[in-house]
Design a protein around this ligand. Structure first.
Ligand SMILES: Nc1ncnc2c1ncn2[C@@H]1O[C@H](COP(=O)(O)OP(=O)(O)OP(=O)(O)O)[C@@H](O)[C@H]1O
Length: 237
């Protein structure tokens, strides 16, 4: 059983083609990176996986289920952290994490998550009063509270300080060790190089490359993924 299977995904917004035939598979227990410049189609792909949009053509399966037609089933197995997650501003950190935990039959102890994400001093603070980095950590905690078998993390550590980034990287590798599959959308090449088993590179709604970070670097004759990324996308602007 594949964790996520995206097949020939197409999506247009008016005259803009956001996705133009994207296919890839995320294996169980894998951290899979989704990369690409601004506007490449990453968030549209994530929205289709989360069942938030209907693709014009193509299919998405999460552990074999259709995110739109089997929404309730997919919600039970999929944890999604979106960019600019809109969590209820008046609820406290603990209330929000408990709320998200309560939506699932299984889950992680909210107090464990609060400690793991270094939010203990903010436990009783309302969401609207948090700093950007703290709000980001709460959105990650909310996505993981239901102990998902598949996690989609969009710009996981954007805006976080180096220590918080390392804490979150550790949480993500612990998830993989527990057999959770992770789709990680990121612009941070160091993060991708450290965490991802394989990487898909999107460009103008198409899949430009898909391989391990080391193989992508080797394929382009570069030393780092950062340079490989630039080499692969450089000529197409
Ligand atoms: N709701 C929408 N209406 C119109 N156009 C949209 C909509 N959502 C996305 N697009 C367009 O579709 C294309 C792909 O956008 P998408 O947000 O998927 O890219 P992205 O790779 O996530 O970019 P970023 O790195 O900036 O988050 C872009 O050209 C974007 O402007």
């Amino acid at each position: 059983m594949t964790a996520i299977e995206v097949t020939d995904l197409h999506k247009r917004y008016g005259r803009t083609t956001a996705l133009d035939g994207v296919s890839f598979t995320v294996h169980p227990g894998e951290i899979f990176g989704l990369l690409g410049r601004n506007g490449a189609g990453k968030s549209t792909t994530v929205a289709a996986i989360a069942g938030l949009i209907r693709p014009d053509r193509g299919t998405v399966r999460v552990l074999g289920h259709d995110p739109v037609r089997e929404r309730a089933t997919v919600r039970r197995v999929l944890g999604v952290q979106l960019q600019d997650a809109a969590l209820h501003p008046a609820l406290t950190v603990r209330e929000l994490i408990r709320l998200h935990r309560g939506l699932h039959a299984d889950g992680l102890d909210p107090d464990f998550l609060i400690d793991a994400l270094n939010l203990d001093h903010r436990r009783d603070t309302r969401f609207e009063q948090l700093s950007g980095g703290e709000a980001q950590r709460v959105s990650i905690a909310a996505a993981l509270a239901g102990k998902p078998r598949v996690a989609v993390l969009d710009e996981l550590t954007t805006g976080l300080d180096p220590e918080a980034r390392r804490d979150i990287w550790r949480i993500v590798t612990d998830l993989r060790a527990d057999g959770v599959s992770v789709l990680l959308v990121s612009h941070a090449m160091e993060e991708v190089e450290r965490l991802c088993d394989r990487v898909a590179l999107l460009d103008h709604g198409r899949l430009l490359a898909l391989d391990t970070p080391a193989a992508l670097a080797a394929q382009t004759g570069r030393d780092t993924l950062d340079e490989a990324f630039l080499a692969l996308t450089g000529g197409t602007r």
